[in-house]
Design a protein around this ligand. Structure first.
Ligand code: NAP
Length: 302
């Protein structure tokens, strides 16, 4: 079978594209190797999506997106993408469960968490080092945790962790947070949070589980050893576009498209966080997905 559209990634961008394409009557396959819903499912509460004045849980929102896409006939395949051939007709996607063919492809694979690349990080990932406070926060009731980073994610998740942990260290490499002011105001006055400014983690130490972190002050060079039960890394993201060749990317590896989400290869589009763009949010990912599907529909009709 040749699908009208294969969508790589079932996050907000991919599933919105599936809703638009399915509703327009296209045969759509969405390939995803994690749970449908994407990055937002690891957020406890989404407060800035229009139409939800009280906010909505990230997991619940992801499940609604999946249901919505299925309602319009999208087929979801739980599989890992191993490679793509985008210039041939039909285009092909090699996955861990076989080859799939499509007349158009939307790349909506998003990003994965950046690492610090310091000793102990690989060994202790999943054993005290986590990338998802919503998933792992409840394991740290009455414990001490550290959050690394100074952006919206780090600050939001550090605040969330105060519900469980008795003490949260926020470790940031500069003397000013990158997060929006409203989050800065909350974290700076939070009694359970201690912010370590101008500081980086240089090593994670532990036998079977994380026991302590080595923190270096980058201004005065001083080193301290901080016992913690867990550390949450929020030091940015990297685009999951390594397997896509022949499309233009920026220096960080994000795919460059025009406003129509076109990549330069006919019938191939990119949508959501994988694109070079100003604002990476659910609302902009959904908008990208809607545009990509509508432009792809026009391409298929022509
Ligand atoms: P981000 O904004 O890129 O922030 C990454 C943070 O990690 C920065 O503070 C950065 O420090 C720090 N960092 C980067 N590399 C580091 C290293 N090697 N060692 C130590 N620190 C390092 O990433 P994000 O917080 O994940 O946010 C990504 C996007 O999602 C942003 O556009 C953000 O606005 C958005 N977002 C929005 C919301 C919301 O609207 N509620 C929630 C979460 C995320 P510097 O500041 O020094 O660069």
């Amino acid at each position: 079978m040749v699908y009208d559209m294969i969508i790589l990634g079932a996050g907000s961008a991919g599933l919105t594209a599936a809703i638009y394409a399915g509703r327009a009557g296209l045969d759509v396959l969405v390939v995803e190797n994690m749970i449908p819903g994407g990055e937002i499912t690891s957020t406890e509460q989404m407060d800035n999506y229009p139409g939800f004045p009280e906010g909505i849980g990230g997991m619940e929102f992801g499940q609604l997106l999946e249901r919505h896409a299925r309602r319009f006939g999208a087929e979801l395949l739980s599989s890992t993408i191993e490679g793509v051939e985008l210039r041939e007709e039909p285009k092909s996607v090699r996955t861990s469960s076989g080859m799939y063919f499509g007349r158009s492809v939307i790349v909506a694979t998003g990003t994965s968490p950046s690492l610090l690349d310091v000793p102990g990080e690989n060994e202790l990932s999943g054993r005290g080092i986590s990338f998802c406070a919503t998933c792992d926060g409840p394991f740290f009731k009455h414990k001490r945790v550290a959050v690394i980073g100074g952006g919206d994610s780090a600050v939001e998740e550090a605040l969330y962790l105060t519900r469980f942990a008795e003490k949260v260290f926020l470790i940031h490499r500069r003397d000013k947070l990158r997060a929006v002011q409203v989050l800065q105001d909350k974290i700076i006055k939070h009694p359970q949070v201690e912010i370590l400014w101008d500081s980086v983690v240089s090593e994670f130490i532990g036998e079977d589980r994380l026991e302590k972190i080595i923190v270096k002050n980058v201004k005065d060079g001083s080193i301290s050893e901080i016992p913690v039960d867990g550390t949450f890394l929020y030091v940015g993201r990297i685009p999951k576009a390594g397997f896509i060749e022949g499309v233009e990317k920026d220096s960080q590896g994000y795919i460059i498209t025009n406003e129509e989400m076109e990549t330069g290869i006919p019938g191939v589009y990119a949508a959501g966080d994988i694109r070079r763009k100003f604002l990476r949010q659910v609302i902009t990912a959904a908008a990208d997905g809607a545009i990509a599907a509508s432009v792809a529909l026009k391409y298929l009709e022509e």
